[in-house]
Design a protein. Structure first.
Length: 223
């Protein structure tokens, strides 16, 4: 059934304006982002197909997935991805961690947990702090399975020196959801801590983030 064939008070846009977005299903919200269908599918049909492709998990949606769907071109893909990213940013409370005071590991976890939710590879970030533990800058340094050859202290502390950081916190994700540190994670952390001691830039913590949980080297006494 085409959207125009649905009674006006049952159409997604009208229902959102009348009742509020919280009363709409994921399919209806997606159909609003998609806006229009084609000769074969209505916007609601396309929304249903998108949800089927990602098994109902909106955090898994990416451009590669959307580009394979007949009726979802670049414009619709961009609209869907932008809507999902806005949702993530609202959930993260702030667009940037810069100028945020890191008072506990929970602050780091709350900021990064949703960002990593759909990542299929390991992403290694560092946040660089001033003497008051306020974030000067965050930077993505490495993508991929972490090992000695990938995570080199030179790259980490070069950036720390450039921004005159007093300390750093390392963060990376485990796509598997298991947050226990691997042998490589432990060795990399030891290597970074040792390099930081020589340079006078303290590695405060290394946080591993999985599915809605984390492992802190600091909290577990490993730093």
């Amino acid at each position: 059934m085409k959207i125009k064939e649905i009674p006006k008070n049952e159409r997604p846009v009208e229902r959102l304006l009348l009742n509020g977005s919280e009363f709409l299903s994921n399919e209806e919200l997606l159909s609003i982002l998609i806006k229009s269908g084609n000769r074969e599918y209505s916007s609601k049909d396309l929304a249903s197909i998108v949800l089927h492709e990602c098994d109902g998990d909106l955090s898994r949606i990416n451009y590669s997935m959307l580009s394979k769907i007949n009726g979802i071109g670049d414009v619709k893909s961009a609209s869907i991805l932008a809507g999902i990213e806005l949702g993530r940013r609202v959930n993260r409370k702030v667009d940037s961690i810069n100028n945020i005071k890191i008072s506990s590991t929970d602050v780091v976890f709350e900021y990064y947990k949703d960002f990593f939710s759909d990542k299929k590879q390991e992403y290694f970030y560092c946040i660089f702090l001033d003497v008051n533990k306020v974030v000067i800058k965050e930077k993505l340094l490495f993508i991929g399975t972490l090992d000695y050859s990938v995570v080199h202290p030179r790259e980490v502390f070069k950036e720390a020196t450039l921004v005159s950081a007093s300390s750093i916190i390392c963060i990376h994700n485990h796509p598997s959801g298991n947050v226990m540190p691997s042998k490589n994670d432990i060795e990399i952390t030891k290597r970074l801590v040792s390099a930081g001691e020589m340079l006078g830039i303290k590695v405060i913590d290394h946080v591993i983030i999985g599915r809605q949980k984390y492992y802190s080297f600091l909290e577990n006494g490993d730093i």
